[in-house]
Structure formats: C-alpha cells, structure tokens
Ligand binder design. Structure first.
Ligand code: NAP
Length: 289
C-alpha cells in the first residue's frame, strides 16, 4: 500500500525557526549586543546531558552565548537556589533554565520559583503558567509551542477541530490543551484515569500523545485521516528511541504524523531559542528593528 500520510518534519521546521532567530540575532550582534542563556544541570543523568548538549548546540547555531553550570549530584537546594539568584541579578544573563529532573533531595518547585519570571525561558513559573492559561503570554511553553508551530507550518487549522490530548503534565499535556483551545480547537484532556480512552481518541481530528509509554497509541485508537502528534520520547525493548505512538501501524491511517526522533523534539529546542530572544527583548525594551 502506498502511504498516504505526510510526515511532519521537525528537523525541517525547527531549522526554519532557528534560521529566522539567527537572522534577528545577527542584527543585535552587529550592534555589539549579546544574548545569553544560562543552563544549569545537576547530577549526571544521561538523558539530561543529551538535552543540555542539544540546547547548547542550538545556542551556538543562532548566535547566543550559552553558559553551562554543571553541578554535582550532591549539590544542596540552597546552593542551587543561590546560583539562580546570582544569575537573576546578572544583567548579562537573559535566560535561565534548570534542566529537570533535579535530584530527589531538591524540590523542583522551589527551583522553578527561584528563577526570575523575566528570565524563565521554559515558562514553568507560576506566573508564566498563569499567563498561558489566560492566553496573554511572553514565553511559550516550549514543547506545546513547538507542536503549534508545526501545525502552522503544515497549514493545519485547529479551529473547530476535535483535539484530544493524552497526558496532563504541567510541562506538556496541560499547556498543550490550552494552546489548542486558544486556537479554537474543541479540546479533550485525557489521563491515566480516563475511561474508554480509545472511544475519545477515535474522535480526534488532532491527537497529541504525551504519555511517556512506548507505542501506547495503536491504530485502533486513531480516526482515519487524523493528524497525530507524538511528543513521547521513550526507549523500546531494544533500547531504541521511540515515541508514544506505534508509528508503523498508525501512520497509514493519518493525514499527518510526526516521527520520533525528528518530530517534536527538535521543535522544543527551537522554541527555547525563541523564548530566549524574547527574554532579551523584554529586558531591553524592544526589538532589533
Ligand atoms: P508525565 O509527567 O509522566 O505525564 C504523563 C501523562 O500521561 C500523565 O498525565 C499520565 O496520567 C498520562 N498517562 C499515563 N498512563 C496513561 C494511560 N494509560 N492512559 C492515559 N494517560 C496516561 O510525562 P511528560 O513530562 O508529560 O512527558 C510525556 C512524554 O513526552 C515522555 O515520553 C517525555 O519523555 C516526552 N517529552 C518530550 C519532550 C520533547 O521535547 N519531545 C518534552 C517533554 C516531554 P496521570 O496524570 O493520570 O498520571
């Protein structure tokens, strides 16, 4: 059978976002202005290390300066928060992010709360989360914003569509549902206690999976012609990176689908770059033009 679906290429779309940012950053750099993202990593979780390296690479590409603070696992909450306060006070630091998860002895809520709202480029702070809810925001939550950017790129309208989000985490599921709602989608949020999940997902014109379970979404859960966005990043039984969607069986039912890897992942980082540029502009009262 000839595949009828179109792959949504996160590498391609994220490249176009990063190129746009790079052009804008070049204007600032010509004026001798520098934009800086500080990235904190505590401990040596290998997945976190990969994410941090990718973020640093993206900074290099768009022309930001990146500062890495790699702290040992034994770092105390007080030490970490003291570093964040120091970075909050530095005029030459525009964005701050602390790679999650932090070690168990550190309260991630306290860490997020310590970051200056104007430098909170992950948009995890209570104020920025509240702004997302209202729909009047400076910083977009990176992963859901990356999904919206892909939908826009492929000219997929959300208005009036049935959108089902699987997963309700604070960093993906909830803000994802909000962004779809702001674009006038009819949104259903689902989670581990949802009854008859497949009946709901089979009704979705746009289905977003953010579950964290390999190949969780199977063909029987998907409507013909649906747009399927796979946020998941899991390892399959062979240790290979895979999403929440069983791509091989689901793809042929879709009009559009994102691959893993090469789908939502690269978009998340591109949106982080966008937020960092925004942070600089908020702190410096304007744009390059
Ligand atoms: P999370 O905090 O673990 O949340 C998972 C959500 O899935 C929870 O809301 C949970 O429901 C729900 N869920 C679990 N089992 C379910 C079931 N059987 N039926 C329906 N819902 C179920 O995960 P997360 O941080 O949102 O991340 C989700 C996935 O996205 C992970 O694979 C993660 O690695 C990936 N991710 C990717 C990116 C990227 O850039 N591509 C960024 C962030 C995360 P309850 O609330 O009821 O427990």
């Amino acid at each position: 059978m000839i595949a009828m679906y179109q792959l949504m290429d996160g590498k391609l779309v994220s490249q176009s976002v990063k190129d746009r940012i790079r052009d804008e950053v070049a204007v600032y750099r010509e004026q001798g202005k520098e934009i800086t993202l500080a990235v904190i990593i505590v401990g040596d979780d290998p997945a976190s290390r990969v994410y941090v390296n990718n973020k640093k690479k993206a900074c290099e590409y768009v022309g930001f300066r990146s500062l890495e603070y790699a702290l040992p696992e034994s770092t105390t909450q007080e030490e970490l928060i003291a570093l964040i306060h120091e970075l909050n006070g530095r005029e030459d630091v525009n964005g701050i992010l602390c790679q999650l998860p932090v070690p168990k002895h550190i309260d991630d809520k306290a860490v997020i709360a310590a970051i200056d709202v104007k430098k909170d480029v992950d948009a995890f702070s209570e104020i920025n989360v509240g702004k997302i809810m209202i729909g009047d925001y400076d910083f977009l939550p990176c992963t859901p914003a990356g999904v919206m950017e892909m939908l826009k790129y492929y000219q997929i309208s959300v208005e009036g569509k049935n959108c089902v989000v699987i997963g309700r985490s604070n960093i993906v599921g909830k803000p994802m549902a909000m962004l779809l709602l702001h674009e006038n989608g009819t949104v259903v949020m689902t989670h581990s206690r949802t009854q008859k999940l497949a009946e709901l997902t089979k009704n979705a014109d746009i289905l977003v999976a953010a579950v964290g379970k390999a190949k969780f979404v199977t063909a029987g859960m998907v409507k013909d012609g649906a747009v399927v966005i796979d946020v998941g990043m899991n390892r399959d039984e062979n240790g290979k990176l895979c999403g929440d969607v069983d791509f091989n069986s689901v793809a042929e039912k879709c009009s559009y689908i994102t691959p893993v890897p090469g789908g939502v992942g690269p978009m998340t980082i591109a949106m982080l770059m966008q937020n960092t540029l925004k942070a600089y502009e908020i702190q410096n009262g304007g744009t390059a033009e």
